[in-house]
Design a protein around this ligand. Structure first.
Ligand SMILES: C[S@@+](CC[C@H](N)C(=O)[O-])C[C@H]1O[C@@H](n2cnc3c(N)ncnc32)[C@H](O)[C@@H]1O
Length: 317
């Protein structure tokens, strides 16, 4: 009996030991891990926040910047030069040679109107197809009468509505004016939804040809010349070639970035005393692009903006 009791007792002890082991492995160990993990996070967090707060606290200030990092700031203006326009502008060519300069530089010394229109596009052009936006606003006459420009640069021409209008005005006023029309003559993505009638050959839209046909129709080939490049590509070139405008109309891209860069580039080729102007300073939509760019530009240069209908005008003098 004694032996049996002893055996039972031993069995119970063994069973308790097993149970304790089970609890240790299954429960205590994971809980310990979790506590350890939490402790590590807490310590990490405390050390990180205490080190960042030293910047603002009364603890000793960080060591002074090394001389090389000071040097970085000293050289900042030079570094910014890489982002500035560095084109060297030539002295202005006399207005009598502006046309020939463009014909030489852009058209291999041959007028683009010679033998126009070429046979392969002739049947795809309309006798005239003009469409513009605010292209006959009173501003054109006001400024042409005031400035009496020998050279006009139009930045954004499309089918030539405003360029042809300016050519007519200068003719009526007896001015001998060259109008240079900067446009890539590609339209914009989706523009053919509204202008399906503008021909296309192998994906090449015939905007330049239709513009030239319009100029021919209005008998303005002697005063209107296309400059068929993007504004970004050619405005600085005009500066290098010494081509400056007495009057410059900016009416190409209407988003802020395009308007901003076009206005800045155009200003570089504005003859001292000349006038810069453009469309779309009027609606709330304009304020997201053109108006915002014009306002910022005028503020930076300390220039005054005047309004003429839907157009903005900046006098450089
Ligand atoms: C509003 S239309 C010009 C209208 C013209 N001034 C008128 O009133 O008859 C804008 C023209 O600028 C051109 N354009 C837009 N961004 C250009 C860029 N970066 N370079 C060259 N042409 C651009 C377009 O293809 C379009 O022909």
């Amino acid at each position: 009996m004694m032996k049996e009791e002893q055996h039972n007792h031993q069995n119970q002890r063994h069973h308790r030991q097993k149970k304790l082991e089970f609890i240790t492995v299954k429960l205590v160990r994971p809980v310990a891990y979790i506590i350890l993990l939490l402790l590590t996070y807490t310590l990490g967090y405390l050390s990180a926040s205490s080190s960042s707060s030293t910047i603002f606290s009364s603890s000793p200030p960080p060591p002074p910047p090394s001389s090389s990092s000071i040097q970085q700031f000293v050289n900042l203006p030079n570094q910014l030069d890489h982002f500035r326009v560095t084109t060297h502008c030539a002295d202005p060519v006399p207005s009598e040679v502006v046309r020939q300069t463009i014909v030489d530089k852009v058209f291999n010394s041959t007028s683009p109107y010679d033998s126009f229109p070429p046979a392969h596009v002739r049947n795809l052009l309309r006798k005239k197809r003009v469409k513009g936006w605010g292209s006959k606003g009173a501003v054109f006459e006001h400024l042409i009468r005031k400035v009496k420009p020998r050279t006009i640069v139009e930045v954004g021409t499309f089918l030539g509505a405003s360029a042809i209008h300016m050519a007519e005005l200068t003719r009526q006023l007896g001015l001998n004016t060259q109008i240079l029309c900067v446009d890539d003559f590609r339209g914009w993505p989706g523009f053919r939804d509204r202008f399906k009638d503008i021909g296309m050959i192998n994906g090449d839209v015939l905007l330049l040809h239709q513009f030239m046909q319009n100029v021919v129709y209005y008998n303005a080939t002697e005063s209107v010349l296309p400059v068929p490049f993007t504004t970004g590509a050619v405005l600085e070139k005009l500066c290098e070639w010494g081509i400056f405008g007495d009057l410059i109309e900016v009416d190409a891209g209407h988003d802020f970035n395009s308007a901003w860069s076009d206005i800045n580039r155009a200003y570089r080729i504005l003859r001292p005393g000349g006038v810069l102007f453009g469309h779309d300073y009027f609606t709330a939509a304009d304020d997201r692009g053109v108006r915002r760019a014009v306002t910022l530009f005028a503020r930076i240069h300390g220039l005054k903006i005047t309004l003429d209908g839907q157009h903005w005008v900046i006098n450089s003098s």
